[in-house]
Design a binder for this molecule. Structure first.
Ligand code: 9MR
Length: 287
């Protein structure tokens, strides 16, 4: 079954209005589209350091109010799509950029470094008793040290009783990623025993540095990385494979295009034609 993740429309940035009320127009449309076309809808994302809407920031210093507002938010959002959403990124990007520890955020400062995460997981579980609930992060391929901290955080959450039931690796990588890096990350994540979601994959050409000078070499590298990711994912036992999500289909629609107009990180070109990477990815899945 095909699965859809909204890039933006199910985040606090979209859902929470200035006065704290919630708007669900766009996510409801996406949900209806999924329902009409028999697609699974994946919820992204409930708690993210990068998003602290004014309606929450205003509650700083008032821990009980902040706790209640966050719990009510998670329950309202998860509850609305209960039965339709096939899973949720409950906590996104909780590990520090360089992998040195846990990230500082409005949520961690106000509600506690671990407590804000357990609160969100419990609230999500209360609102949907069966949906898989994920911890999701990036640079787990290029920074093995960050991966270690990510896996330790997952264990800490489980020990604390949080209903964490899946691990997401975004897989925003570059075309010069060393061979084996994506495979090792996917295997390491699966070693914890939870299903793995390759949750936002793209392979940037313009973020690649060093060896790969010309475009052709970059496209070759991109093809290799996509093939390796598909092969590593399909090599997991079936109970460790949650889903494989690409962070967009056509190059021209990618968030990376806004960073660099020359980037082409996805499986389909601007006109929607499959690139060599698409065949490599599909081949990897079958291997
Ligand atoms: O691709 C997303 C972009 O369209 C949004 O403007 C941006 C901010 O909401 O988020 C981008 O997606 C990010 C994802 O939610 C979390 N991992 C990193 C992704 C790329 O920045």
């Amino acid at each position: 079954v095909s699965q859809v993740t909204a890039e933006w429309e199910m985040k606090m940035e979209y859902l929470v209005r200035e006065d704290g009320s919630l708007r669900f127009d766009a996510p409801d449309q996406i949900a209806a589209f999924c329902r009409d076309h028999g697609l699974r809808l994946f919820g992204h994302t409930l708690v993210w350091y990068a998003q602290a809407p004014p309606a929450f920031a205003r509650l700083a210093g008032n821990r009980p109010a902040m706790t209640e507002r966050l719990r009510a938010y998670v329950q309202a959002v998860v509850g609305r799509y209960r039965g339709l959403a096939c899973g949720w990124d409950v906590v996104n990007e909780a590990v520090a950029e360089d992998g040195s520890g846990w990230r500082d955020s409005l949520w961690s400062r106000e509600l506690g470094r671990l407590e804000h995460m357990t609160l969100a997981f419990h609230a999500a579980r209360e609102a949907d008793p069966t949906a898989p609930l994920f911890l999701n992060d990036y640079n787990l391929e290029s920074l093995p040290r960050k991966r270690v901290v990510f896996l330790k955080l997952a264990e800490t959450l489980l020990r604390a009783g949080a209903p964490l039931t899946g691990l997401g690796t975004q897989t925003h990588v570059a075309a010069d990623l060393p061979a084996g890096a994506v495979r090792d990350a996917i295997r390491d994540l699966a070693s914890l025993g939870l299903p793995v979601h390759v949750s936002e994959m793209d392979v940037s050409l313009t973020r690649a540095r060093g060896l790969f000078k010309d475009r052709q070499a970059l496209l070759e590298g991109q093809k290799r990385v996509y093939g390796e990711a598909a092969e590593a994912f399909s090599g997991l036992p079936s109970d460790r494979r949650f889903a494989f999500t690409h962070w967009g289909l056509r190059d021209g629609d990618s968030w990376l295009r806004r960073e660099n107009a020359a980037d082409a990180p996805l499986l389909f070109d601007d006109r929607g034609r499959p690139k060599p990477a698409a065949a490599a990815w599909e081949g990897g899945l079958r291997s």
